[in-house]
Write a protein that binds this ligand. Structure first.
Ligand SMILES: [Ca+2]
Length: 98
C-alpha cells in the first residue's frame, strides 16, 4: 500500500534558500478509505476544475493512467469523495510507465 500524504506549506523561512515550513503530515482519504495509488504514484495538487480549491491529480504505475480527485472541501481541509481517470475524450489518458 502506498499512501498519499498532505503537507501544507505554512511559512517561508529562508526565501533565498527556498526553505519553507510545513504542517504535520496528513493522510489523504477518499470516501472514507486511505488513498492508495499503488507503486510509483506521482501526485500533484492543482486546481484542475478552476473552483479555487486544489484537487489531486495522480499518475499511477498501473496502465500509466492518471487519476483526478476533485476536492469538495477547502485547501486547508481537502475532501475527496471520488476519483475519475482523465480521458482523451473517450479513452483513459495513458503515459509511459514501467
Ligand atoms: Ca478545484
Amino acid at each position: 500500500m502506498v499512501k498519499i500524504f498532505l503537507f501544507l506549506f505554512t511559512a517561508t523561512l529562508y526565501v533565498t534558500a527556498g526553505v519553507g515550513s510545513f504542517s504535520a503530515a496528513g493522510v489523504l482519504y477518499c470516501n472514507g478509505s486511505r488513498i492508495d495509488i499503488g507503486s510509483y504514484a506521482a501526485p500533484l495538487a492543482v486546481d484542475w476544475d478552476g473552483d479555487g480549491n486544489k484537487d489531486l491529480i495522480c499518475g499511477q504505475f498501473d496502465g500509466g493512467r492518471i487519476r483526478y480527485y476533485p476536492n469538495t472541501g477547502t485547501n486547508e481541509s481537502p475532501v475527496f469523495e471520488s476519483y475519475f481517470y482523465l480521458l482523451d475524450g473517450v479513452n483513459p489518458v495513458s503515459v509511459p510507465y514501467g
